[in-house]
Design a protein around this ligand. Structure first.
Ligand code: 2M8
Length: 442
C-alpha cells in the first residue's frame, strides 16, 4: 500500500468505528469507548477535523467521576449485552459509588494511562499548524483544562498517597498492558475468591484463543473486579484491601508528559499561578519517582509490587518509561537506547521488522502471539517514536516510524502483530492503530 492508500484506509476505519461523536475501540471485540484509546484516536482525528477530535475527548470527559477519575470504559448503551464482558451490567453495582458521575453514565470503575492532556494540546497544535479552527480549539482547551487538572490531581493524590510520584493501580487492566509479564508475579500472589459464573466473549472475536489472556488470568482479572466493586471503588479502601496493588512506571511516565502538556494548557487558558506550581511539582516528583525505579541489572525501569514490597522484574516495553518521560541523565538515556536496540528488543535478528516487541523475546514470560506478552503494538510504536522525537533522537524516531508504517501497509490495521512473522493479530480495524497511522502520515 502507498501512503495515500494507508491514509484512505485509516480514514475508513475511523469512520466505520465512529458512533456519532465518539469512537469505539474496534468493530466487534471492543464496542465501547476506551479511555486511552480515545486519547490516541483524538490525536489521529485532529488531522481530519480538530472539532471532531475535541468532541472525542469531550464525550469521554462527560463521564468523568466526581473525584476526577476518567473511567477506563464508557459503555455504549446501544451495544447488545452479549457484545463485551464485563459490560455495564457487571459494573453497575460499582457505579452506585458516591464518586461515580451523576446522570445516566454507564462506566467501569477502573482507569487507564493518562494520555488525554497530550491529546488535548495536540488538537490546538494541529489547529495552529493548519491555521484553521484555532478559536474553537482554544474554547475546547478552556473547557477541558479544569477537568484534566482534576484528573491529574486524582492520580497524584488518591493514586499516590505515598507521594512517590508514581501511579498506583488496582488491576492490570488499568495499565492498558493487561496480561503483560509485568504483572505475572503480582497476579500469582492474588488468591482468587468466589467469582460469578461468566462467559468469555472476547474469544468469539479472535481466530485463536492463544491471542488472548488465558482462563486462569481471566479468573484473576474478574476476581479483582469483584474486589473493586465490593469496595465501591473507594480508593482509601482499596489501598488497604486490594490484593493487587502496584506502582505502574508506564502510566507514571505518561503522566509526566501529560503534566507537561497540562502546564502548556494552563498557560493558554490563563490558569491560576497555584495550578502551575502544583503541576510543576507533580512533574518533578514523577521524574524522581521513575529514577528510583531504575534496575541496573536489566537496564530498565521496573514496576513495583506494593503488596510484596518488591520490584516486578520483567523485561517489557514499559521499562523504557524514562525515555517516555524524558527523564534521566545522558548516561541513563544512552543505556536505555542501547537496550532498546539490543537483541533483547529491536535488535533481535529474527524480528520481521526492527520494532519493539511488547515483551522482550529474552523474558521468560515472552509469547509471540499472546496479547501483551510479545506482539508489537502500533500504538506503542507511536508512543516510543513520539518520545524519541521529543528527545531529539530524530534518526531513530524516523527509522521506527518507517518500519511501523511498512508494517501497517498490510492494510489490516491490526490491534497487534506477531513480532517474527508480521501477522496481524487480535482485532482488525482497531481505531487507535488507524489514528497513529494518520498522525504519522499527516
Ligand atoms: C485491551 O483491554 C481490554 C480491557 O480493558 C480487554 O482486553 O478487554 C487493552 O489492550 C487496552 O489497553 C485497550 O485500551 C483495550 C481496547 O483497545 O483493549
Amino acid at each position: 500500500m502507498e501512503p495515500e492508500d494507508i491514509i484512505a484506509r485509516a480514514v475508513a476505519v475511523l469512520r466505520e468505528n465512529d458512533m456519532g461523536g465518539w469512537t469505539r475501540a474496534s468493530p466487534t471485540l471492543y464496542p465501547h469507548q476506551w479511555s486511552w484509546d480515545s486519547a490516541f484516536i483524538a490525536i489521529g482525528l485532529a488531522h481530519l477535523d480538530t472539532g471532531r477530535a475535541a468532541g472525542e475527548l469531550t464525550a469521554l470527559l462527560a463521564n468523568q467521576w466526581r473525584n476526577g477519575k476518567i473511567p477506563h470504559i464508557v459503555f455504549n448503551p446501544k451495544a447488545p449485552p452479549e457484545s463485551y464482558f464485563p459490560g455495564p451490567e457487571h459494573w453497575a453495582s460499582a457505579t452506585d459509588s458516591p464518586d461515580a458521575p451523576s446522570g445516566p453514565s454507564l462506566t467501569s470503575g477502573l482507569c487507564q494511562p493518562p494520555v488525554h492532556a497530550i491529546a488535548a494540546r495536540h488538537i490546538l497544535e494541529v489547529a495552529e499548524a493548519r491555521n484553521e479552527g484555532i478559536d474553537t480549539a482554544r474554547v475546547f482547551l478552556e473547557e477541558a483544562y479544569p477537568k484534566l487538572f482534576a484528573w491529574h490531581r486524582y492520580l497524584a493524590t488518591f493514586r499516590d498517597p505515598e507521594d512517590s510520584g508514581l501511579v498506583t493501580i488496582y488491576h492490570p487492566w488499568e495499565s492498558g498492558t493487561d496480561n503483560s509479564p509485568r504483572w505475572t508475579s503480582a497476579l500469582e500472589r492474588v488468591e482468587v475468591g468466589e467469582i460469578p459464573d461468566y462467559e468469555r466473549l472476547d474469544l468469539d472475536h479472535v481466530p485463536d484463543p492463544a491471542e488472548r489472556p488465558t482462563g486462569e488470568e481471566y479468573d484473576r482479572f474478574i476476581w479483582l473486579v469483584e474486589v473493586i466493586k465490593d469496595a465501591r471503588c473507594d480508593d482509601a479502601v482499596l489501598q488497604r484491601t486490594s490484593p493487587f496493588l502496584a506502582k505502574d512506571v508506564l502510566a507514571s511516565a505518561i503522566l509526566v508528559k501529560a503534566n507537561e502538556a497540562l502546564l502548556d494548557m494552563a498557560e493558554v487558558v490563563g490558569a491560576p499561578e497555584e495550578d502551575r506550581t502544583k503541576i510543576s511539582a507533580w512533574i518533578e516528583r514523577g521524574r524522581e519517582g521513575l529514577e528510583e525505579r531504575w534496575d541496573p541489572e536489566l537496564g530498565l525501569c521496573l514496576d513495583y509490587d506494593l503488596r510484596a514490597d518488591e520490584p516486578l522484574k520483567a523485561s517489557t516495553i514499559a521499562g523504557f518509561a524514562p525515555l517516555i518521560a524524558g527523564t534521566g541523565d545522558a548516561e541513563c538515556r544512552e543505556g536505555l537506547l542501547g537496550v532498546l536496540e539490543s537483541p533483547a528488543f529491536t535488535g533481535n535478528p529474527d524480528l520481521y521488522k526492527p520494532l519493539p516487541p511488547s515483551t522482550s523475546p529474552d523474558d521468560v514470560g515472552f509469547s509471540p502471539r499472546s496479547y501483551w506478552r510479545g506482539p508489537v503494538w502500533p500504538v506503542m510504536n507511536w508512543l516510543l517514536w513520539w518520545s524519541l522525537k521529543g528527545l531529539g533522537e530524530r534518526k531513530r524516531a524516523e527509522r521506527l516510524k518507517d518500519c511501523a508504517l511498512a508494517q501497517l501497509s498490510d492494510g489490516h490495521f491490526g490491534e497487534y502483530y506477531e513480532p517474527f512473522t508480521g501477522e496481524a493479530l487480535g482485532s482488525d480495524d482497531q481505531s487507535w492503530t488507524a489514528a497513529v497511522a494518520l498522525d504519522w502520515l499527516a
